[in-house]
Structure formats: structure tokens, C-alpha cells
Design a protein around this ligand. Structure first.
Ligand code: ADP
Length: 272
């Protein structure tokens, strides 16, 4: 069959004029197969990740039944059911978000996105968790910047970075969010003084469902999807995300996205 034939042989056997076409077809099929493998992997991971909280909820519900004459135990189990169901709904929401973001797909009708508003929403979303740990979240930098992109996606990316910074920080510390423009791009940096990431894990943290030692921070209820959402948002915008981190010292995530310029706004308004 053709299945096992290396690309090299396939192209060598065709006439020179057609070789580029055949090579393109072979590359296309290889890409298709890779996409299919990633999709299958994703479905398998999703099923596995969903089974855990669903199973825990079932066990807890059974425990509530059995402990019906012990109000304290019932309350304890009910609290854990709340935690598990919050985790489950976050997981489902992120899975939906991630499957909407097709890697490398070009953006549909990008618009001017108000970065100040995005940062404000991201900070507000993490407010309760930050207050619980007495973490101050400080916003600093250039105001009035606009990203050229998709508002929902940019919002999801920045919110995930701020939420992580708060989750992986020690109590009474500071998280700094800075914004600046640089040569046609805007840079959003989120700096924390948290637990940091071991050097050997840095290139894996953007993978779907990857968590650095889940036992280390089980209480944060992470899904392992946040950073892969950030990575996909960067890719669909033609931007990038970089990380600097040192264990025990903190982390800095920098997201670079295309800047929207005032003259582009004028052109958008003028076009029908
Ligand atoms: P999660 O939902 O687990 O936070 P992410 O994809 O957002 O998933 O992050 C993947 C892993 O990277 C996390 O589990 C955590 O171990 C690590 N990580 C992400 N952000 C930070 C940070 N600001 N400080 C320390 N570790 C982080």
C-alpha cells in the first residue's frame, strides 16, 4: 500500500512537472493525519479528565445519603460537591473555548479591541481569589492601546494569565500587569512573585491538560487548559506568548498581539 511509503520515494517516482503537486498532496495528507491524531488525542484526554470530577460527584452523593443522620458530615460532603462541580463547569467551559479556537486558523473579521477594558475585566474576574489571599493586582503601563483581533479571545487569554498569576502566588504578594506598544504590536506582561515553574517543565506547560506536578497545587483546581488557550489565541492573532520563570521566585508571561492603529479604525468606519 501507499501508507508506508516514505515521502522521498513517492516524489522520486513521478515526472518532474507533477512532482510539486504530488509533494503538496503528500504534505496535505500528512497534515490531515496529524490533525486527526491531535483530535483523537484531545477526545481521549477530555473523556479522561471529565470522568474524574463526575466520578467524585457520584461518590460524594452516595456519601451524603449514607451520612444523612450526621449533619456535620453532610455539610462537609456538600462543600466538596460544590468544589467538584465548580471544577467541572470550569473544565467544560475551557474545553468549549479551546475547541472553538482552531490552531493557526486565521481570524474572522478582526476589530479594534480596547486593551484597558480587557485588562480590567481580567483583573475583576480574579478579584475574589486575589482578595482571599490578600494579593494586590497592580495595572501599569500605556493606556488607550488597542489590539487588532477578536475581543472574546483576547479576553480569555489575558484572564487566564492573570488567574494563573493569582493561583500560583503566595498570600500577601503582588501581581503586576503591564501593557506597552512596540513596533506594531502590543505586549501584555503578567508578573508574579509566586511558586515559579521548574526549568525542565517550561516547554510543556502550554500543552493541553498539562499540569506541573498536580499534587503540588491540587487546591487550585486547575484544568491544565488555560495556557493552551493562551497559546492558541496568540497563534490565531499571529502573535506569541513567552515565559520567564524561576522556581520559588516567580514567573512572567508576556503575550504579544498585533496593534490596532487609529488609521485602521478610520478605514473600517469608512468601508460599508
Ligand atoms: P491550570 O488550569 O492547571 O492552571 P494552565 O494550562 O493554565 O493550567 O497551566 C499549566 C501549568 O503551568 C499549571 O498547572 C501550573 O503548574 C503551571 N503554571 C501556569 N502559570 C503559572 C504561574 N503563573 N506560576 C507558576 N506556575 C504556573
Amino acid at each position: 500500500t501507499r501508507e508506508g511509503v516514505p515521502v522521498r520515494n513517492v516524489t522520486a517516482r513521478v515526472a518532474p512537472l507533477g512532482s510539486r503537486l504530488v509533494l503538496a498532496l503528500v504534505e496535505d495528507r500528512t497534515r490531515e493525519r496529524r490533525v486527526e491524531a491531535v483530535r483523537r488525542d484531545f477526545v481521549a484526554n477530555v473523556s479522561h479528565e471529565l470522568k474524574t470530577p463526575v466520578g467524585a460527584l457520584r461518590l460524594l452523593a452516595e456519601a451524603v445519603h449514607e451520612a444523612s443522620d450526621d449533619p456535620e458530615a453532610v455539610e462537609r460532603f456538600a462543600d466538596r460537591m460544590l468544589t467538584e462541580s465548580d471544577r467541572l463547569s470550569k473544565l467544560v467551559q475551557q474545553i468549549i473555548e479551546l475547541s472553538r479556537l482552531q490552531a493557526d486558523a486565521p481570524l474572522d473579521a478582526p476589530v479594534a479591541v480596547d486593551l484597558d477594558e480587557v485588562v480590567q475585566v481580567a483583573v475583576d474576574t480574579s478579584k475574589i481569589d486575589a482578595e482571599d489571599k490578600r494579593i494586590s493586582v497592580i495595572v501599569h503601563g500605556t493606556e488607550g492601546l488597542e489590539v487588532f483581533g477578536n475581543e472574546g479571545q483576547v479576553m480569555a487569554a489575558v484572564s487566564n494569565l492573570v488567574a494563573n498569576a493569582v493561583s500560583y502566588s503566595e498570600p500577601d504578594s503582588t501581581v503586576l500587569v503591564t501593557t506597552k506598544a512596540d513596533d506594531g504590536t502590543v505586549e501584555i506582561s503578567v508578573v508574579d512573585q509566586g511558586i515559579g515553574i521548574p526549568a525542565g517543565e517550561l516547554d510543556r506547560i502550554f500543552e493541553r491538560f498539562y499540569r506541573v506536578d498536580p499534587a503540588r497545587h491540587r487546591s487550585t483546581g486547575g484544568t491544565g487548559l488555560g495556557l493552551s488557550i493562551v497559546k492558541h489565541v496568540a497563534a490565531t492573532h499571529g502573535g506569541e506568548v513567552r515565559v520567564w520563570s524561576a522556581e520559588g521566585q516567580g514567573s512572567t508571561f508576556t503575550l504579544t498581539l498585533p496593534q490596532h492603529h487609529a488609521h485602521e479604525r478610520q478605514m473600517q468606519e469608512e468601508s460599508p
